[in-house]
Each structure stands twice: as C-alpha cells, then as structure tokens.
Design a binder for this molecule. Structure first.
Ligand SMILES: [Zn+2]
Length: 168
C-alpha cells in the first residue's frame, strides 16, 4: 500500500468511527450520571476499607439504596454528585435548555433525598452524606475545600461516634 492510499484508508476509518459514535440519548445520559461506581464513591470505599471497615454496597432493601452501608455501626453513606443532587456549590448549575424538565427532575431528587434520610433514621440507622466537591483535591486548599483527606477523616470519626447524621 502506498503512502497516499494508506492515509485515505485511515481517514475513512476515522469517519466510520465518528458515525458509529451516536449522541447519547437522554436516558443514556441519566444512566451515566447515575452510574454506581463513580470515582468519588471509590475514594470513600477505598479509605474505609483501608481503615478496617467492612461494608455492603448498594443495598436495595434499604431506603434510597445507600452507596455504602456499614452494618456494624448502622451507618448508611451516600456519596452525592453535586450536580445531580443540587448541592448548591460551584459544581451545581441547572441546565438552561429544557429547564422545565431539569428543574422538575432536580426538585424530585432533592425531595427524595430528604425522605430517604428520614426513613433511614426511623429504622435506627445513621446517615452520612459525602458531597463530591468535598473529595476534590485541588492544588491549594482553600476555605471552601477542606480537602479529601480531612473529609475522609471526619467521615471515619462520624462512623465511630453516636451522632445521628453528618454532611461533609
Ligand atoms: Zn458540592
């Protein structure tokens, strides 16, 4: 194969790849946002495991299907994406297009989160909410971001405490 035809076949292949990559549908997009093994959750799981805690993941028999459930301490942990759960921090912005759809979706998420926490505490469980932004490691710590290490330390202290709930 000479240089020119090699080049054009590579070009064709790239075009084929582009065609194959269809835009995500709304439900695919929501699924991606909802994916269970998001990176912030992995950070928390790893830290707890290393600290000696054993836990179950995504227990569907508990209200809200907690991301992490530490049975021994009766602690349900939710690692919340700031956008999806509308934290109100700088990672939170409501899409401008289709705003009625998104506002409705977000408002329902917020109400569901409150209800979930209430149901878990009625069952005698303690609840920790870990916001995605509190796990973000930024080069320089500022007042708004205490840093992932401190967040994880506070979470571990909470698990061992008698406190009802914590938001980090
Ligand atoms: Zn946030």
């Amino acid at each position: 194969m000479d240089k020119v035809s090699k080049k054009s076949s590579a070009k064709k292949k790239a075009a084929k790849r582009r065609r194959a990559r269809k835009p995500m549908t709304r439900s695919q997009m929501m699924q991606a946002v909802h994916s269970e093994d998001t990176k912030p959750e992995m950070i928390v799981r790893k830290a707890l495991f290393e600290a000696g805690f054993r836990y179950r993941l995504h227990r569907r028999d508990l209200p809200g299907t907690p991301d992490i459930f530490v049975q021994k301490y009766g602690v349900a942990i939710f690692v919340n994406g700031c956008f999806w759960h509308q934290h109100g921090c700088k990672l939170t912005s409501r899409p401008k297009s289709n705003s009625a759809f998104w506002n409705d979706k977000f408002d329902r998420n917020i109400v569901r989160d409150i209800k979930t926490q209430h149901e878990l505490s009625l069952l005698g469980y303690r609840v920790a909410i870990v916001w995605e932004c509190s796990l973000r490691v930024e080069g320089v710590a500022d007042a708004g971001n205490m840093g992932a290490a401190l967040t994880l330390e506070r979470l571990i202290d909470f698990i061992k405490s008698d406190d009802e709930t914590i938001e980090l």
